[in-house]
Design a protein around this ligand. Structure first.
Ligand SMILES: [Zn+2]
Length: 322
């Protein structure tokens, strides 16, 4: 397979931003990090940016979501109580469901549509597509957790298989470097031998240590809270090449590039400095490019005021890498 990793694209819609009155008081989350990142890129690239944009014009449909979620769960999301459980705020249940649909669910559905479009394009064009949203790795088939309503990556795999873009013998790789363990994504692939999961995560925060035997899950890599830059990068530089030596080359990779590993992030609990996060991203992208693997990148978690700048820096690196 000849692969030219040129023309990397950015999937984005201004509808990605969450918006709800008082949301900043409920959740330590820069709800505008997506549009802020896009704004930085517009400043840096000007009109040129349009050439690299994969436009996301519509939210994912309920019919498509049913490939990865139960009908009952999706129906429950028309009630404020069910939505409040996903965002883990009991105050949210007192807000009208219509407001929550508009401010939380519609943005999430646009971001899922971004991951799906990115996955199709990555496979069809044999390239890397960075969705400036998504990475909702705490969503399960029948419920959501940790601000994740829908499992975009698991849904993308189901959809690509249904569309025959992925065949039954095609392997898929998830590299999940968000600070939190991707418990929702794991639940989808527990009995799926074709999907490999590499997850470096803070085991001393939600959702905790992976329950499996470490010999059976050699790439579930728990980190102590407070792990610093050099320690973090040492483990990544040792373990990721070991993964590539261990698995058959995948047809598609997902990179969950959570920026909540940054020192000072309110929820991540790790202590990687700004340049360390950039070094992480560059190392992962170099590995994927060296192996010529079509890739979808997602932004996932990131709860500090600097998250949007890290997202913009990663996008810039991708567009400027020959
Ligand atoms: Zn996270």
């Amino acid at each position: 397979m000849l692969l030219l990793l040129v023309n990397a694209l950015l999937a984005y819609s201004p509808h990605y931003d969450f918006h709800l009155p008082g949301i900043a008081a409920l959740h330590p989350f820069d709800v505008k990090k997506y549009s802020r990142a896009w704004g930085v890129l517009l400043q840096r690239f000007g009109d040129e940016l349009a050439k690299y944009r994969l436009q996301i014009d519509a939210p994912v449909s309920l019919e498509t979501l049913e490939l990865a979620h139960s009908h009952e769960y999706l129906a429950s999301l028309s009630h404020s109580a069910a939505i409040s459980r996903v965002v883990e705020s009991s105050l949210v249940k007192w807000l009208p469901a219509s407001l929550l649909q508009k401010g939380l669910l519609i943005p999430a559905k646009y971001a899922v549509a971004g991951t799906l479009a990115a996955a199709r394009t990555a496979i069809d064009d044999q390239t890397i597509v960075f969705n400036l949203g998504g990475g909702f790795h705490h969503a399960f088939r029948d419920h959501g957790e940790g601000f994740c309503f829908f499992s975009d990556a698991a849904l993308a795999i189901q959809l690509l298989r249904a569309e025959k873009r992925l065949g039954s013998a095609d392997e898929v790789l998830m590299i999940d470097l968000d600070a939190h363990r991707g418990n929702g994504f794991e639940s989808y692939i527990a009995s799926d031998a074709m999907v490999h999961n590499f997850d470096m995560y803070n085991f001393q925060t939600y959702p905790g240590l992976h329950p499996g035997d470490p010999d059976r899950f050699p790439f579930m890599l728990p980190l102590r809270a407070g792990t610093e830059t050099e320690g973090y990068l040492d483990i990544l530089r040792e373990e990721l090449p070991r993964l590539f030596a261990h698995v058959k080359l995948p047809k598609l990779a997902f990179y969950n590039a959570g920026t909540d590993i940054l020192k000072g992030d309110k929820l991540g609990g790790l202590s990687v400095d700004y340049n360390g996060v950039k070094a992480r991203d560059h190392f992962v992208l170099d590995m994927l490019a060296t192996h010529k693997i079509p890739t979808v990148i997602m932004t996932s978690g990131g709860y500090s005021k600097d998250s949007y700048r890290l997202i913009a820096d990663l996008a810039q690196h991708l567009l400027e890498t020959p």
